[in-house]
Design a protein around this ligand. Structure first.
Ligand code: PRP
Length: 174
């Protein structure tokens, strides 16, 4: 049995999205950036963020997956669905829900970097630095979270809980 405990409330998340949007608006105002979300987890954050940004942006998604069933990730990143938009000379901003071991984002930044964007930055809502195995430069960050299994706001366990508006810790119950 699992028990959910709220770690970051929907109100805190909403305030943080607005702060990040203010910062991004200042930096990208005249750049017509291309925001690339990593599916599936980032879809909730992406949709909140673009509606607060209030500047013209283009969006695309890439589907990458590192986790199999359950809580442990596999080592291999599989690019399931690639970016359709041409990114050469574009200002590209990768949108992620959480950077954990760092492999997913590292893979995508390397992949996109080879395609010569005008700039390439990373915005993630959550960061779990205690689990990092590869270096990842985070340019825009929402919250640092502890080393616990978190779900909600797009994040899942076996495809459950993505719909929760708060970020919750999933605790094993005796
Ligand atoms: C999760 C999460 C990140 C990634 C982070 O996605 O959404 O994209 O893992 O892990 P890492 O930093 O250790 O690489 P997942 O692979 O579970 O796919 P999903 O977004 O479809 O749930």
């Amino acid at each position: 049995m699992n028990k959910l405990k709220v770690l970051i409330t929907r109100e805190e998340i909403e305030r943080k999205v607005a702060e990040l949007a203010d910062e991004l608006r200042r930096d990208y105002q005249d750049k017509h950036p291309l925001l690339i979300g990593i599916l599936k987890g980032s879809f909730v954050f992406m949709s909140d963020l673009i509606r607060k940004l209030n500047i013209p942006v283009e969006i695309d998604f890439v589907k990458l997956s590192s986790y199999g069933a359950g809580k442990e990730p596999s080592d291999k990143i599989k690019q399931v669905q690639g970016v359709k938009t041409s990114i050469k000379d574009r200002h590209v901003l990768v949108i992620e829900d959480i950077v954990d071991r760092g492999r997913t984002v590292r893979f995508l930044l390397d992949y996109l970097g080879r395609r010569k964007p005008a700039s390439l930055k990373l915005c993630t809502m959550f960061d779990k630095p205690s689990r990092r195995v590869t270096e990842v430069p985070i340019d825009y960050l929402g919250f640092t979270v502890p080393d616990a299994f978190v779900v909600g706001y797009g994040l899942d366990l076996n495809e459950e809980f993505r719909y929760l508006p708060d970020l919750c810790v999933l605790e094993d119950q005796e």
